[in-house]
Design a protein around this ligand. Structure first.
Ligand code: SF4
Length: 365
């Protein structure tokens, strides 16, 4: 068994750490990029959403590189993600890419027994002991949380740094080093070292940077290519950005879901506007936007792939949140045709508008 998995931001890093530690052969996906998307789009139905196309391009590359098993997580409600594991193996096979697809789905969907069987079918190919597997799993989670935490710290520091661009440079240097190592211990050491470096960035705490919340579809949140690297762009402008949805948050949310205590505050904030489950993370988008407004954020940017059903529902409801709370929201919809120039212009215009709004409010205060 040679496993591969889709490119999903920091998740890919944690997966690499895990498979390395348990000595299961794997093909690490390349970083998501334009060529991958175009190749994936050529294998996919036109109307399907962008993550499907990126995944297809990545799976095709990894199968060519020797992978024979594709690992995918299951759906999170009524959206197209549930169709991925049905459609993708058929389309891959039809186009000459032979691989088995192993879906790690929620026990609710496939039953606890079947879930255990699927996990066992992967783990039994590892030569290491059960205790080592458990340690590897915990370490992979730790690496994931360190990487997500570093991102968050750097995005916050970008608004206050004295040397413009320092936090972005550090973040890039860290991920470049992570790409060059294989051992989980090395990954962990690099991340810890860069956490310290970001902590010691020289800051001007009197600055009052514009603060923007990022909301939207999960893949657009966790995979930088799927949002056209918006966080990096905002860092260049000295803007603080924050997003709720990170892989670490998603795992915690998943673990808490069966007990009904997941994202309680966010769900409460979203409920008056969207009392029903629209799939994906539509409720989280609405609830997080409101909480960020209360937390002093200037506005939010909602990002989702063209045709994303849950976020279309969220977009329809967001105007009422904007109106009720006076909280500006810009919506960006991404597909393989999205041009960077137009995207950039809209973000710049939104930032100018937020800065003007601040000035206006200061004058009238
Ligand atoms: S959340 Fe949206 S983009 Fe993501 S899989 Fe579902 S429909 Fe597609």
């Amino acid at each position: 068994m040679v496993i591969t998995f889709p490119p999903m931001g920091n998740v890919s890093l944690a997966a690499r750490a895990f498979f390395e530690a348990v000595q299961i052969p794997y093909v690490s996906p390349q970083k998501a990029n334009k060529q991958m998307l175009q190749a994936g789009a050529a294998l996919s139905p036109d109307e399907i959403c962008l993550p499907f196309k990126v995944f297809m391009g990545s799976f095709a590359d990894s199968i060519k590189a020797g992978a024979d098993t594709v690992l995918l997580t299951g759906s999170c409600g009524p959206c197209r993600f549930g169709e991925y594991c049905e459609l993708q193996p058929k389309l891959l096979k039809k186009n000459g890419f032979n691989a088995e697809m192993l879906v790690i789905d929620a026990p609710k969907a496939i039953g606890r027994k079947e879930l255990c069987r699927r996990i066992r079918s992967i783990l039994e190919t590892s030569p290491v002991s059960g205790a080592s597997k458990f340690k590897a799993f915990r370490q992979a989670l730790h690496i994931l949380s360190l990487a997500d935490g570093l991102n968050e710290k750097a995005r916050e520091a970008a608004g206050y740094e004295k040397n413009r661009g320092e936090s972005k440079r550090l973040l890039e240097a860290c991920f470049k080093q992570l790409d060059s190592v294989r051992l989980p211990d090395d990954m962990q050491a690099i991340l810890l070292r860069y956490h310290e470096k970001i902590d010691f960035i020289r800051k001007d705490i009197n600055k009052k940077p514009i603060r923007i919340a990022l909301i939207g579809e999960i893949y657009s949140m966790i995979e930088p290519f799927a949002n056209l690297f918006i966080e990096d762009l905002l860092m260049e402008y000295g803007i603080v950005s924050k997003r709720l949805i990170t892989p670490s948050w998603w795992i915690k949310d998943l673990a808490e879901k069966p007990f009904g205590v997941h994202s309680a505050q966010i769900m409460k904030a979203a409920k008056p506007h969207l009392p029903y489950n629209a799939g994906g993370h539509a409720k989280e988008s609405l609830g997080f936007a409101q909480l960020c407004k209360n937390d002093g954020f200037d506005g939010a940017i909602q990002i989702y792939p063209l045709g994303c059903m849950p976020e279309i529902v969220a977009k329809a409801v967001l105007p009422s949140v904007q109106k009720e709370h006076g909280f500006p929201v810009l919506t960006l919809i991404i597909d393989e045709m999205t041009g960077e120039a137009g995207y950039l212009t809209r973000i710049e215009a939104f930032i100018d508008m937020l800065a003007e709004k601040r000035k206006r409010e200061a004058r009238t205060a």
